[in-house]
Ligand binder design. Structure first.
Ligand code: ARG
Length: 461
């Protein structure tokens, strides 16, 4: 861009936000210089001075001594211009056999390749907190809800493990997205591939990529991996937001099922009794912005002709915002969950102890031979009668029961919250032994993944 329009310069510049990619940009350039020298495209000594220059630029940036210039548009040109200042004209050899189009694609991929494992670790930490909370309150029975109406009793641990499952799927989505991020675009040049005998496999090895891209036009046009990260993040935030909503609801004075530690709530400036669940509310609120980032990128990419278009520079701010928001939300949630206090007394007071057992009464009749639909109908009428006579199921006499069906017997009084839980003894059900199996499975999944990521950290780049 010519020097004379400051407004336009500022408008097209990405340096205010893409300076975050400085490390990846330098790492990519060093690998590129090495490859060029290995292939005899530039001289070894030129590569050496380029690499030394790039290393010292990295130090300058890390020590806060680097002056980023808007005039130089982006991180790629800022670093290259500084390289010229440091090593002179040799710097001009670095950009042989590449374009900013494949360079920016490389930087973005390197960046996400580093960040996705952190995302997965953060999800895992939240899962661990949930498992610990479940573990510590294994015997607590809560009213399970449908339509936010009390439906059937479930173990609190079972309810919490539902979130474990959601987050497990989130991790799978992130690892899956990592596979498609883990592809080297370098060598694609501006769009057609470069006219030099580059060694793309060598570059891939140097930078730790599992694959190289198949099509140069696609490689510089593709931001699917960013969309996928945004989409997986939007889903993960949706899960967090549902958890947040339950935390808000359950900590209200009407529910009182849980108490959030004062570190994660705020008081009101006017109402001294208030303990507002701001952390949970903000997570719920931030979810909207994360959805927006996904929509924004999808909309930016829609209708773009192949190959690179400058519109694509708009992929960065949303990605950084999503990533930072997701990471901080996961971190603060893991801590908040660790400090949650469960109030079993309030929970048990809240359970509409009889009506919540209506399904069990119907099942009781089914076991004595009545077809389920008829049993449902019978218990429904029994329920209406109980409500009208202001009695709980438990307070009805056997003869009152028998007015509705002769199949009722004394053992109808054995139906309790505990028997209801115990009856659901099928894989994936809420019976205590099933939940125990689920907890064990969750714990061992977390352990296995822990070991796997430790091995990767030791072995990998
Ligand atoms: N700053 C640009 C971006 O983020 C880098 C690629 C620019 N390429 C170009 N031909 N202008 O997308």
């Amino acid at each position: 861009m010519k020097d004379n329009d400051k407004l336009a310069q500022g408008y097209v510049a990405s340096i205010p936000f893409d300076q975050r990619l400085y490390r990846q940009d330098i790492e990519g350039s060093i690998a590129h210089a090495r490859m060029l020298a290995k292939q005899g495209i530039i001289a070894d000594k030129d590569a050496e001075s380029i690499i030394a220059g790039l290393n010292s630029i990295r130090n300058e940036i890390e020590q806060g001594k680097f002056h980023f210039k808007t005039k130089l548009e982006d991180i790629h040109m800022n670093i290259e211009a500084r390289l010229f200042e440091k090593i002179g004209d040799v710097a001009g050899k670095l950009h042989t056999a590449r374009s900013r189009n494949d360079q920016v694609a490389l930087d973005m991929r390197l960046f996400l390749k580093e960040e996705i494992p952190k995302t997965i670790d953060n999800v895992k930490a939240l899962q661990s907190s949930l498992v610990e909370l479940a573990e510590a309150n294994k015997d607590v029975i809560i009213p399970g809800y449908t339509h936010l109406q009390q439906a059937q009793p479930v173990l609190l641990a079972h309810h919490l493990l539902a979130y474990f499952e959601m987050f497990q799927r989130d991790k799978e989505r992130f690892s899956d997205c990592l596979k498609r991020t883990d592809v080297l675009p370098s060598g694609s040049g501006a769009l057609a591939g470069v006219a030099y005998p580059v060694d793309r496999q060598f570059m891939a090895q140097e930078l730790g990529f599992s694959e190289i891209s198949n099509n140069s036009v696609d490689a510089v046009s593709d931001r699917d991996f960013v969309v996928e990260y945004q989409a997986a993040s939007a889903l993960a935030m949706m899960h967090i937001s549902r958890l947040a909503e339950e935390i808000v609801l359950w900590s209200s004075s009407e529910f009182g099922f849980i108490e959030i530690s004062g570190d994660f709530t705020t008081g009101s400036s006017i109402m001294p009794q208030k303990k507002n669940p701001d952390v949970a509310e903000l997570a719920r609120g931030k979810t909207g912005r994360i959805y927006g980032n996904l929509m924004s990128l999808l909309t930016t990419m829609k209708g773009l002709p192949l190959a690179y278009n400058r519109d694509m520079q708009e992929d960065k701010q949303g990605l950084f915002d999503t990533l930072d928001t997701l990471h901080s939300t996961l971190e603060v949630f893991a801590e908040m969950i660790n400090t949650l206090k469960i109030n079993p007394q309030r929970i048990s007071n809240a359970i509409n102890a009889d009506y919540i057992l209506a399904t069990d009464l119907a099942d009781y009749l089914v076991k004595k031979g009545m077809p389920f639909r008829q049993a449902h109908n019978t218990v429904s009428k029994l329920g209406e009668y109980a409500v009208a006579s202001r009695k709980s199921f438990r307070e009805l006499s056997l003869s009152e029961y028998r007015d509705f069906s002769p199949l009722f017997d004394k053992d109808v009084y054995n139906i309790t919250l505990e028997s209801s839980i115990a009856a659901r003894n099928i894989a994936g059900g809420t019976a205590a032994n099933q939940v125990e199996v689920a907890l064990e499975k969750a714990r061992s999944l977390l352990r296995i993944e822990q070991n796997r990521s430790q091995v990767k950290k030791k072995g990998g780049k």
